[in-house]
Design a protein around this ligand. Structure first.
Ligand code: HEM
Length: 479
């Protein structure tokens, strides 16, 4: 081949062919993108989209009725919108819940507002993916799962009994929601982590929680700024506890009982070089956040439902009186007694079905997702909802009526989802269950109680809570 032809091929023809080939690929990709069928729905105004409508409905605790349901009626159970600047697809129904929640890490990853990530910390399990998530869940799960909690039952009982004596005894009126918050906070710290609750700690944590869903603006005086300041105080406190515990462990000064506590497991992991100090701090903050408002709201709604349905309350009371009759005076409950609280747990679950403490949660598509003939583009947010199944006639007959007996029969997968599902299913499910059942046991067997405001509304900011804190009237009961 002559030098001229060689020169022509290498300098002109090959680059030209490459250019044509890449151009062809680009066009093909582009035309594939154009062929994508996005879910129906309106994106609203540029940038803010339908955020205002979303927040307005949320504030009135009418997110499902006023925002989601009208759009389902118009577009179907999968629709697109734009929320807080992000294109978002909202999905509803058991199949969608299953598809999304079980494909965590493969198709989607959890996606929290940047203020939550700053305040909970980048090293909490809610921010971890894949192997690291599995490892940390393993450590936390051994204390929070069924096996770990069995030994906690008597401890929780003594704790709840003492709490009631200290805080309810001699009182005529109690804010049930606020009181349960204090109790849950103390349970997480003292029973789970083995840290003594000191004066002012709850207030500091509440300041952090107040900033979790506010705009991440570090302007002096802003909610987020105050929350970050509170987080720094908490960090100091936890670091002190962690270092003391480490010293105790290294010097072999730890009591056997404490040895089994979650904090000891975390510190042990740190000594082994498997967990960092920052991971311990972030996960402690997350556990308090995850347990706090959720459990208190579930307790408040369980009591509200019992007050509104005296026939159900009679059955609950009977269940607890029967358990109590088989106990000696002052004897704690054990795991077998908890198993006997079948109807009470049905009442609590039915209350969480009608009033889920968590509306749903956001994910982010990590690749283009094909679902039900639509494409959810990579980078878009996806919101699954508890209401999409809980309020649907297809899954629950007469869905708005309170009927705990519906749980006599098995409920389909991903239908009843107050605790989520898939790899991120609530890690504190068992603790929440024990907390609710044990509290109900001691309140209904020791107190006559009634709601002071039977028509009290529920507000959301951003999690739901009874707007007046659910005050109840109490007096000692003599069974
Ligand atoms: C009635 C009470 C509770 C309800 C309704 C509830 C609900 C939920 C839901 C729906 C999720 C999944 C969120 C998602 O998919 O993004 C979740 C996750 C979580 N919950 Fe709960 N929760 C409750 C109590 C608790 C308690 C008492 C704890 C621990 C002390 C706890 C710890 C966690 C943790 C650590 C996660 C994150 C799991 C992960 O990312 O792997 N929760 N919870």
């Amino acid at each position: 081949m002559s030098m001229d032809i060689m020169y022509f091929l290498s300098c002109v023809l090959f680059p030209l062919l490459l250019l044509i080939f890449f151009n062809f690929l680009r066009h093909k990709q582009q035309s594939n993108k154009d062929k994508r069928k996005l879910p129906p729905g309106k994106m609203g105004f540029p940038l803010i989209g339908e955020t205002m409508q979303f927040f307005n409905a949320q504030r009135r605790n009418k997110l499902y009725e006023e925002f989601v349901h009208p759009r389902i009626a118009k577009h179907g159970k999968i629709f697109k919108t734009r929320l807080i600047g992000s294109p978002t697809v909202i999905v509803n129904g058991a199949d969608a819940n299953k598809f999304l929640l079980s494909n965590e890490f493969k198709l989607v990853k959890s996606s929290w507002p940047s203020s939550s990530v700053h305040l909970m910390g980048k090293d909490s399990i809610m921010e971890k993916d894949g192997e690291r998530h599995r490892f940390l869940r393993g450590v936390i799960g051994t204390s929070l799962g069924y096996a770990g909690l069995e030994s906690l039952v008597p401890k929780l009982c003594n704790f709840v009994k003492l709490y009631l004596v200290k805080n309810w005894h001699g009182q005529e009126e109690i804010s049930l929601y606020k009181s349960t918050k204090v109790l849950t906070f103390s349970i997480v710290f003292e029973c789970l982590l083995g840290i003594n609750v000191e004066q002012g700690m709850l207030d500091t944590f509440e300041r952090v929680l107040e900033g979790v869903f506010s705009p991440a603006i570090k302007f002096p005086g802003s909610k987020f700024w105050r929350a970050m300041k509170a987080r720094k105080e908490i960090e100091k406190m936890i670091v002190k506890v962690v270092r003391e515990k480490r010293k105790e462990m290294e010097e072999g000064r730890l009591e056997r009982e404490e040895d089994r506590m979650l904090m000891s497991k975390l510190v042990y992991g740190m000594i082994q070089g498997e967990i960092s100090e920052k991971e311990i701090i972030d996960n402690v903050v997350l556990l308090v956040f995850a347990a706090h408002d959720t459990t208190s709201f579930a307790v408040a709604m369980t009591f509200k439902m019992m007050a509104q349905h005296p026939d159900c309350y009679d059955k609950v009371l009977q269940e607890h009186v029967n358990i109590m009759r088989n106990k000696r005076w002052g004897e704690s409950l054990n795991i077998e007694d908890i198993k006997k609280m079948k109807y009470t747990w049905q009442v609590a679950r039915e209350s969480m079905r009608l009033f889920p403490p968590i509306f749903g949660s956001f994910r982010k598509a990590i690749i283009d997702i094909e679902y039900e003939g639509f494409t959810i583009p990579k980078g878009w947010k996806v919101l699954w909802t508890t209401y999409g199944t809980h309020y649907n006639e297809k899954y629950f007959k007469d869905p708005l009526s309170f009927n705990p007996s519906r749980f006599d029969e098995g409920i389909g997968q991903y239908v009843f989802v107050p605790f989520g599902g898939g790899p991120r299913v609530c890690a504190g499910y068992q603790l929440a269950k024990l907390n609710i059942l044990i509290l109900v046991h001691y309140v209904v067997t020791q107190y006559e109680w009634s709601l002071l405001h039977p028509n009290e509304t529920v507000t959301m900011d951003p999690l739901p809570f009874p707007s007046l804190g659910m005050p109840i009237k109490i007096s000692p009961k003599h069974i």
